[in-house]
Design a protein around this ligand. Structure first.
Ligand code: ZN
Length: 284
């Protein structure tokens, strides 16, 4: 798929919409990944994204239906010291417990939240939006500047974002910094990228800023966790992104920290997702 747009425009598009990756010039060498065949994923027809408050049937997923939507997961969460078990809602995009990664696409791929609120120009699910406002206010109180750089992205917006990275770097490199459409946590409306409105925003050097330090320490109080911690690429599929926060709700976010789990995958009792699953064999 050769885009016809000029490179400069693609660059601008990617930088404006990437949200989840350092700028192309700042990408550190990445461990070589198994070569992936050009995938039908990038050229598949875009499924329609029904926006509905009705529970979304999880077609094609073998797991049992899970309770949905908006209800804080695990109301009877185990206390500190108990081993965290798989939470309900891991497969349900409407659940705060949903886990989306390279092995766990949203189902259906074009799923969209029933409701979104705007916080400082970024769209988030209402639960996450309220928490983001609290986080921003708390940072301000502590004299730390935090800005929101990215929130909800639709399936179609992720198509554009990912295509921009592929056009610049090729698919293998793009897969290390940008999710394929239908695999982005931003599509859940529960993920937000934060920055300090400075030159290190969305770059590896953000890790060294006071803003990143504040966020790493205080995000769980507001229900967010740093989703892609350092050294966890074999599990999460992504290098350290100190700017990408995922809303779990304050109880589960703090429970994750207390548990000592390094990643949301581990906390949720799920296996690693270092890369995209191979295309299923025909008939199998
Ligand atoms: Zn992000």
């Amino acid at each position: 798929m050769r885009p016809s747009r000029p490179r400069a425009l693609l660059l601008a598009t990617a930088l404006l919409t990437a949200g989840c990756g350092p700028s192309p010039g700042d990408v550190a060498p990445v461990p070589s990944a198994p070569a992936t065949a050009p995938s039908a994923t990038t050229t598949a027809p875009v499924p329609s994204a029904p926006v509905s408050s009705a529970p979304v049937p999880s077609a094609g997923v073998s797991s049992a239906p899970v309770p949905s939507a908006g209800v804080p997961s695990a109301p009877g969460a185990p206390g500190a010291g108990d081993a965290p078990g798989p939470a309900p809602g891991l497969d349900d995009p409407a659940s705060l417990a949903v886990v989306v990664n390279k092995r766990r696409p949203l189902v259906p791929a074009g799923w969209a939240p029933a409701e979104l609120e705007t916080v400082e120009g970024r769209r988030l699910r209402p639960e996450a939006a309220g928490a983001a406002r609290e986080l921003l206010a708390a940072a301000r109180t502590d004299g730390v500047g935090v800005v929101l750089l990215s929130g909800y992205r639709s399936y179609d917006e992720q198509v554009t974002t990912y295509a921009g990275w592929v056009a610049q770097q090729g698919q293998e490199a793009a897969d290390t910094v940008s999710a394929r459409p239908g695999h982005s946590e931003h599509q859940t409306g529960l993920a937000v990228d934060v920055g300090e409105d400075g030159p290190c925003d969305l770059r590896a050097c953000f890790a060294g800023t006071a803003t990143a330090a504040w966020v790493a320490e205080h995000a769980p109080e507001h229900g967010f966790v740093v989703r892609y911690p350092p050294g966890q690429e074999p599990t999460t599929g992504y290098a350290h992104e100190p700017w990408h926060l995922r809303y779990l709700g304050p109880e589960r976010a703090q429970e994750l920290v207390r548990s000592g789990a390094a990643t949301l995958e581990e906390f949720s009792g799920l296996g690693p997702a270092p890369d995209y699953a191979p295309e299923p064999a025909p008939g199998g």
